[in-house]
Design a binder for this molecule. Structure first.
Ligand SMILES: NC(=O)c1ccc[n+]([C@@H]2O[C@H](COP(=O)([O-])OP(=O)(O)OC[C@H]3O[C@@H](n4cnc5c(N)ncnc54)[C@H](OP(=O)(O)O)[C@@H]3O)[C@@H](O)[C@H]2O)c1
Length: 253
């Protein structure tokens, strides 16, 4: 299938490693000019250099997407250095773990800014130009926790569900303008973050064995779903969540 993305422009947040970097690389390989963002300038620059070494066109713009002022500055710089994005991929680190009764008001407020409001503010920032152009793709990276809540990940369970509800509602509002809004929900994916969490080889092996595919996802496999939803042929798919989990989620909806 020809994705038809040559010459488009994309903003990918949380793009210095893991799933975000795989998405940025995948888009660049399709001829998309990519603005990568993350908080840490050094790792971000290394990611941009890696993309350029592969022949991709990329710029790096540091920003913390949990902060409205930094999102505003990021969007201004993207417009100056790249032009208005045709594709927005909203990604960042996940909120911290915690059981429902163990979380402070401050932890809820922080996770709300990081996970929900980043998606709202980034979409708000890119939508006017997408609607004028009558073409746009917004894709949020969420988690399988939107299908089956993961015990102990209360903030992720609650706020990714909120992102899903926001995306569905937004998708209806902008559908007639040629803009689609979807989510990709990864299962366990072999990123730097997962490797840190599972230093214990036995625990890692048990977890992998519990997945029908018997392995973690490669970040490029999550990126493949994002690329498809960003593509020209995916124009009629909107308001959806595409789960990429090696068969781990048991429900059918
Ligand atoms: N890996 C999995 O198994 C898995 C499964 C389901 C869902 N997810 C979700 O998918 C997302 C990506 O996962 P991952 O494993 O690729 O994570 P990761 O390896 O920890 O990478 C996270 C990326 O986001 C950036 N980031 C973190 N906080 C940020 C912030 N406030 N503002 C801007 N950038 C920020 C990080 O760079 P800086 O630290 O420099 O900012 C990094 O580039 C996460 O939300 C995660 O919860 C992952």
């Amino acid at each position: 299938m020809h994705l038809g993305l040559e010459g488009k422009r994309a903003l990918v947040t949380g793009a210095s490693q893991g799933i975000g970097l795989a998405v940025a690389k995948g888009l660049a390989a399709e001829g998309v000019e990519v603005a990568l963002s993350a908080r840490t300038a050094t790792t971000l620059e290394a990611a941009v250099s890696a993309l350029r070494a592969l022949g991709g066109r990329a710029v790096g713009i540091p920003a913390d997407v949990s902060r409205p002022d930094e999102i505003a500055r990021l969007l201004t710089r993207v417009r100056e250095e790249l032009g208005a994005p045709d594709i927005l991929v909203v990604n960042a680190g996940g909120p911290p773990a915690g059981t429902p009764t163990a979380l402070s008001e401050a932890a809820w407020a922080k996770a709300h800014e990081l996970t929900l409001m980043s998606a709202v503010r980034l979409a708000d920032g890119v939508l006017p130009a997408m609607r004028t152009a009558r073409w746009g793709r917004i894709i949020n990276i969420t988690s399988v926790s939107v299908k089956e809540p993961i015990l102990n990940l209360t903030l992720s369970n609650a706020l990714r569900a909120a992102v899903t509800g926001f995306a569905k509602t937004l998708s209806v509002e902008v559908a007639a303008d040629g803009v689609t809004v979807n989510n990709v929900a990864p299962g366990y994916t072999a990123t730097e973050r997962l490797n840190e969490l599972f230093e214990d080889a036995a625990a890692r092996a048990r977890l992998e064995a519990s997945i029908p595919a018997k392995r973690f996802a490669d970040p490029a496999e999550i990126a493949a779903a994002v690329l498809f939803l960003a593509s020209v042929p995916a124009a009629y798919i909107t308001g959806q969540t595409l789960v990429v989990d090696g068969g781990a989620t048991k429900g059918v909806h």
